[in-house]
Write a protein that binds this ligand. Structure first.
Ligand code: IMP
Length: 429
């Protein structure tokens, strides 16, 4: 048995796409277990950046199997586009890409509702891809699963019921509901045909693969601090990116998971609204945004940037029981004169070393910083840990002390080979 979960330790955009791409070479199966096309994994393919939103990045390796399991919400239109883009690059997915029958479908009304809700009292700063409204239908038990989408009569009946249930909110968009229904039915003809060959019992595929001792990589989207249960609620996504989410989202028992690898950025970023104690609203934040190319891969929105928050990352270590970490984007900090690390929060007269659940404390707590000198040297291109400047090594060691986990890999660029393996010959599977 050989299974590994790769997940984000902050608010997403930690560089999981690159890490999964790096590890996918060793894997036989790459599995997406939650989220939808709100994610954006930037990869380098034939020397050009390239973004995948839904299909796991392992698809770029021609012999790997890629699965979208039950925990994911699938927008058939987005899927069609992604299959088309891959085909144009000469990458064919038939026979090695499968979607769970039990995954829920995102339909155009979910996207409209996402936009309407964002104009309401609580603005989350969503990607407007219809993710939250689709998961809400799943929880309300009125959702349409992929298997339902394939059965024409079942689909038409559920569509009618869903549109009726949503009449009140949809009227706010001034959309013509009849025309919307016609369009959905028309597109359904084409999209259901397109999807059909890929639909399967993905939990069974995984079970059989495990029985054959195949190597399975579970790829999370978003990050632990955007988790529906453990993130900065309500400024979260509507699924569970944490390690536990892989069992639920892929139909795999917890005792079948061997290891969990956390991906953590050397500083912090977040897109959308919500608390962010270490956010930098000055020229250092601006500098990190430009150095790190911190613009949303899905929406193009500028990401908010800040110092490393050890309180939040320590919390992610606990929730996911992390024993190994990949530190990414350290090279983007190479020109900073001074670096700060948040070691605790202060709210009123109290010091918090554990990540607080209170939205008031999350919003108003001030970070308690420790300051260390910058690296004072260019680090991009370095391939050995010992060759890193002493201050960069000190920064890494201090992070390890604060969060209590060893950093096994360091990523110093977008390219697959720009990675330092601190622990040599680590076998991830
Ligand atoms: P939703 O997932 O579109 O509902 O958005 C909810 C929150 O999660 C918003 O703050 C989004 O910016 C954030 N979010 C969703 N997907 C990603 C991602 O892939 N990276 C970073 N943030 C994300």
């Amino acid at each position: 048995m050989s299974t590994l979960i790769v997940l984000g330790m902050q608010w997403g955009d930690e560089g999981k796409g690159k890490v999964v791409h790096y590890l996918a070479k060793q894997a036989d199966y790459v599995v997406r277990y939650q989220g939808g096309n709100n994610a954006g994994h930037t990869l380098i393919y034939e020397n050009k950046p390239f973004v995948l939103h839904l299909i796991p990045s392992g698809i770029l390796f021609r012999k790997k199997y890629c699965l979208i399991t039950n925990g994911v919400v699938v927008d058939p239109e987005a899927l069609k586009e992604e299959i088309y883009i891959l085909k144009k690059k000469g990458i064919f997915v038939t026979g090695r890409f499968f979607i769970s029958e039990q995954a829920h479908v995102i339909l155009p009304y979910h996207k409209l509702i996402d936009v309407i809700l964002e104009k309401g009292d609580v603005k989350i700063g969503t990607t407007k891809k219809g993710i939250g409204p689709a998961y809400a239908d799943k929880v309300k038990r009125i959702g349409i699963r992929v298997i339902d989408y394939l059965e024409k009569d079942v689909f038409e009946d559920l569509l009618e019921k869903n549109l009726n249930e949503k009449l009140f909110i949809l009227k706010k968009s001034k959309i013509n509901i009849l025309k919307l229904k016609e369009k959905i039915l028309k597109d359904h003809k084409e999209l259901s045909k397109l999807i059909k060959p890929f639909v399967a019992d993905t939990s069974l595929i995984i079970e059989n693969a495990i029985a054959k001792n195949k190597k399975i990589l579970f790829e999370s989207a978003q990050g632990t601090l955007l988790d529906l249960d453990f993130g900065t609620y309500p400024f979260v996504t509507s699924s569970n990116p944490i390690a536990g989410g892989a069992c639920l989202g892929a139909g795999v028992g917890p005792t079948k998971i061997n290891d969990v690898l956390g991906v953590v950025k050397a500083y912090a970023t977040r897109v959308g609204e919500g608390p962010f104690a270490t956010e930098l609203l000055d020229n250092v934040g601006e500098f990190l945004r430009e150095e790190g190319g911190e613009y949303g891969a899905t929406t193009g929105r500028p990401r908010r940037c800040g110092w490393f928050d050890a309180v939040a990352v320590r919390f992610s270590v606990r929730i996911n029981n992390i024993k190994h970490l990949v530190l990414t984007k350290l090279d983007c900090m190479q020109s900073l004169k001074k670096i700060k690390i948040c070691i605790a929060y202060k709210y009123k007269n109290d010091i918090y070393k554990e990540f607080p659940a209170s939205r008031t404390i999350q919003k108003y707590a001030k970070p308690v910083y420790e300051e260390i000198p910058g690296f004072n040297k260019r680090i991009k291109g370095i391939t050995k840990f010992d060759k890193l400047p002493i201050n960069a090594r000190k920064y890494i060691k201090r992070l390890e002390q604060l969060i209590g986990v060893s950093i096994d890999l360091i990523s110093l660029g977008r390219k697959r080979e720009e990675i330092i393996e601190i622990k040599k010959n680590t076998r991830w599977f």
